[in-house]
Design a protein around this ligand. Structure first.
Ligand code: RNT
Ligand code: ZN
Length: 418
């Protein structure tokens, strides 16, 4: 796209926003600082590199588009390609199942150490990317329907040890990057059919978490992620929303809100202001559920917009970590990454461009008509001209230019993977 056109459109947009009291430059400055936590698992369909068999744990990728990353090198190349098309600096969220055993020999999940992520840490440093981390309870021979909530002591101990080690790995990542690594704990624990010992398993999960969190660390932060159900685990989820909200509030932990993990009409945006009053920060897994927790690619839709607006309206941009969590194997995987990440940034930009001061005045004065009218007008203000300028300044593809870039990468790289 022509630079002059982008600049011209931006100048007009800036004036238009100024007319409603919005400082566009200030919004861009804020957006520039927001680092998304990119999920490492979009380019290989959550397979990981332990030579694990099928994806288990009640989650599923669907589709068979060619070009999936088959090893760590390919995954890293894909992520480098993705970040070259995203304005700003971003983080990478690794799962424990993405360990690099090439120098050390393979170990099971209860034996993981920072050295198994050494090459990731070096790669991240070289690429100016900070890391976040996730324990992995699924896709392992010991991934029974119950892991941290298992009444079988050997199974429970195995997963407690795994999660403790994940915290130590996150601590090392955080120490080296001079910025805490976020460790997300999601376990799939649940059952397919009517469960009569619901309290027992929750008590076991609570006990396991208490053991896991015993050690205090300075360079990592703990998050716990709930959900409603998993495939094959439809009737009961040990780590439900109520369970983790209560746990996090009592223990000063962070709740991870995955936008696919609630009942279809539930507003995730509305949870923000409640959580932020009782827990230190919030972690997000931005996704797009279609009829169920389907992990479709995130797009600009009401749900994502409501969420980002609520972050800004709560003045909580510094207390909310925005991670992505979707996995679509039915379209170009790099394209999926880029669409979702850019959509999240675009939603955030729209949120930052809201004339909040005026809207709040209207609200305080009981001017309901004026509030609604201005909100409606905002929907069609030229935020996209501001977005284009953001991309231009960051030296990344403007507008739809990334489509051709991804097609080229497909031609040169991903289509050659058999
Ligand atoms: C599953 C959870 C979880 C996973 C990733 C791979 O429903 O959303 O966050 O998607 O850990
Ligand atoms: Zn998630």
């Amino acid at each position: 796209m022509k630079k002059e056109l982008i600049e011209k459109a931006y100048e007009l947009a800036k004036e238009r926003y100024a007319a409603i009291g919005v400082d566009v430059e200030a919004a861009l400055e804020k957006l520039q600082k927001v680092q998304l936590s990119l999920h490492c698992w979009q380019a290989d369909d959550v397979t990981g590199f332990e030579n694990a068999g099928a994806l288990t744990g009640g989650i599923q990728t669907t589709g068979n588009y060619p070009g999936k990353a088959r090893n760590i090198e390919e995954l890293r190349a894909d992520i480098e390609k993705v970040t070259s098309m995203l304005p700003g600096k971003h983080r990478l969220s690794l799962h424990a199942s993405y360990a690099d055993f090439s120098e050390t020999g393979a170990v099971d999940r209860d034996q993981l150490e920072p050295k198994h992520f050494e090459s990731w840490m070096q790669w991240a440093e070289k690429n100016g990317m900070k890391l976040d981390f996730n324990s992995t309870s699924f896709s392992n021979p010991k991934s029974e329907d119950l892991t941290l909530a298992s009444p079988k002591e050997d199974i429970r101990k195995f997963w407690v040890e795994h999660t403790k080690r994940c915290r130590a790995i996150a601590e090392e990542m955080g120490r080296r990057q001079g910025d805490p690594a976020i460790l997300n704990v999601w376990v799939h624990d649940g059952s397919k059919d009517i469960t009569v010992n619901r309290m027992e398993y929750r008590a076991i999960l609570k006990k396991s978490l208490d053991e896991i969190f015993e050690k205090k660390y300075d360079n990592m932060k703990d998050c716990v992620e709930s959900k409603v159900f998993g495939i094959g685990l439809e009737s009961y989820t040990v780590g439900s929303n109520d369970f983790y909200i209560a746990y996090a509030a009592q223990n000063g932990k962070i709740v991870t809100l995955d936008t696919g993990h609630f009942h279809p009409t539930e507003s995730i945006a509305d949870k923000m202001s409640s959580l932020l009053l009782f827990t230190p920060e919030v972690m997000l897994h931005v996704s797009r559920p279609v009829r169920w927790d389907s992990d479709h690619v995130t797009i600009i839709n009401d749900e994502t917009l409501d969420l980002t607006k609520e972050i800004v309206r709560c003045d909580a941009i510094d207390r909310v970590h925005i991670g992505l969590d979707y996995f679509d194997a039915s379209i170009n995987r790099i394209g999926a990454y880029v669409i979702g990440a850019r959509a999240t940034q675009k939603c955030l930009l729209q949120a930052l461009l809201e004339p909040l001061k005026t809207l709040r005045e209207y609200e305080a004065n009981g001017q309901g008509f004026e509030r609604l009218a201005l909100l409606e007008e905002c929907k069609a203000l030229p935020w996209n001209a501001v977005w284009d300028m953001f991309c231009l300044r960051n030296g990344v593809a403007v507008g739809e230019e990334f489509i051709a870039e991804i097609q080229q990468y497909e031609k040169d790289v991903t289509s050659k993977r058999q």
